[in-house]
Design a protein around this ligand. Structure first.
Ligand code: S3P
Length: 428
């Protein structure tokens, strides 16, 4: 596909956006709906490529799922009703699909084979396959089940107590999903708190989960019951407009119905720390996931340090934070973020290399990056490298470049935000 030609904005950004449904919650709504008994209805589902991969995989496991845009109805099969697929399960680009599904399949007494795209083929899987094997699942794959294709035969699991070596919601979720099918209790201890959508969803579907500090416990043999899930807007998608509103002159953008789960709001903490003109109105709690409206206006930003427990709360926002930092006075340091190396791309390298092509003063470090602001960016040819969040970050950067930016592989944005360019253009 030809590179997308992006012109710098000549004026300001104004308007209101309802960002699409949260990706993490949309995946889980389909998965929990599938393993629950009865009907689950999902409202404001994200019809992005990743979540459509989840639907396709569960259909192959025998679940009847109707999807009509942002409305999804799942005729839950119950865990016992899932069937051995007669073909390969293809997760596309979706790490959440493959890792959480491994947790579900670990408890099922049949054989499945999972593959994904080129990027999935490079992402580490022993972080999931090792604990699932120690619970009793039989799993093999390339390089000792580190890489896809993975093959799994599950059943007869024993509960475990497992200390996560990395702060990962996907790994935690996989073990909990296996744990609800195992004998006895399963406890996962996180080094730092990660997004807790799985725990919230177990409760929403009538299951039980106990949390004690960073330890999360489920008991085996749970049955879940279908429910209605209203998915809030994705704060990780909103982040691109929060950044655009802050860095494009004389702008004001309103964002409606954005998820405000505290395990995901690190971007808000960072924007406030950097001095952004951001206001938030949280809705009265009406569902299991908090949400609210936000207004961002052009802001004078200053550099900051991002590290420690904040990292898992904004891990997917680091590419756009790097762009914000190029427009902030002083130095921004991002550390403790080595996990970025194993995302859809090595996001330390792709962020640093692509932003440097536009004139950013940015350096990679072992576990993050250092950005020196404030820098005027110029145009150039850049690439998403097939990574949706890199593509959207570069499109926002192109608003403030001095001349045209050519964005290669711009179609990658459809993984999490198919209407991204339409929404961006509606603000101009
Ligand atoms: C996700 C968890 C995070 C995040 C990903 C979605 C989830 O990954 O980066 O985009 O839905 O659980 P890790 O668990 O690998 O940190």
């Amino acid at each position: 596909m030809e590179a997308k030609k992006l012109q710098p904005i000549s004026s300001s950004l104004h308007g209101t956006i309802s960002v699409p449904g949260d990706k993490s919650i949309s995946h889980r709504a389909v998965m929990f709906g599938s393993i629950a008994g009865g009907v689950t209805t999902v409202e404001n589902f994200l019809p992005g490529e990743d979540c459509l991969s989840t639907i396709a995989c569960f259909r192959k496991l025998g679940v009847t799922i109707r999807q009509d845009g942002t409305r999804v109805t799942v005729n839950g099969a119950g865990l016992e009703g899932l069937q051995e697929p007669d073909g390969i399960l293809d997760v596309g680009n979706s790490g959440t699909t493959i890792r959480l599904m491994m947790g579900i399949l670990a408890g099922r007494p049949f054989h499945s084979v999972l593959i994904g795209d080129h990027s999935i083929g490079k992402r580490p899987m022993t972080r999931v396959t090792n604990p699932l094997k120690s619970m009793g699942a039989s799993i093999s794959g390339r390089k000792g089940a580190e890489f896809t294709p993975l093959s799994i035969t599950g059943g007869n699991l024993e509960g475990i107590e497992y200390k996560l070596p990395v702060a990962s919601a996907q790994v935690k979720s996989a073990i909990l999903l296996a744990g609800i099918q195992a004998k006895g209790d399963t406890t996962v201890v996180e080094p730092e708190k990660t997004r807790d959508h799985t725990e919230r969803m177990i409760r929403m579907f009538g299951g039980e989960v106990r949390t004690d500090g960073n330890a999360i416990t489920v008991h085996g043999g749970q049955t879940l019951t279908g429910t209605h899930v209203n998915v809030p807007g994705d704060i990780s998608s909103a982040a691109f407009f929060l950044a655009a509103g802050a860095i494009v002159r004389d702008s004001r953008i309103e964002l409606k119905n954005v998820g405000l789960n505290p395990t995901r709001t690190g971007i808000i903490d960072v924007l406030c720390e950097m001095g952004a003109d951001l206001s938030i109105k949280e809705y009265e709690e009406s569902s299991s996931e908090p949400a609210g409206d936000m207004v961002i206006q052009t802001s004078d930003l200053k550099g900051t340090i991002i590290e420690g427990e904040l990292i898992p709360r904004l891990i997917d926002e680091i590419p756009i934070i790097a762009l914000l930092a190029t427009q902030a006075e002083g130095k921004t340091i991002i550390k403790d973020a080595a996990e970025l190396k194993v995302k859809e791309t090595n996001r330390i390298d792709t962020v640093v290399n692509e932003l440097a092509k536009l004139g950013a003063r940015i350096e990679a470090t072992e576990d993050g990056m250092v950005i020196h602001g404030k820098t005027s960016l110029h145009g150039g040819t850049v690439s998403s490298h097939g990574d949706h969040r890199i593509g959207m970050m570069l499109a926002v950067a192109s608003l403030i470049t001095s001349d045209t930016t050519h964005l290669e592989n711009s179609e990658a944005v459809a993984v999490s935000y198919p209407s991204f360019f339409d929404h961006l253009n509606s603000l101009k």
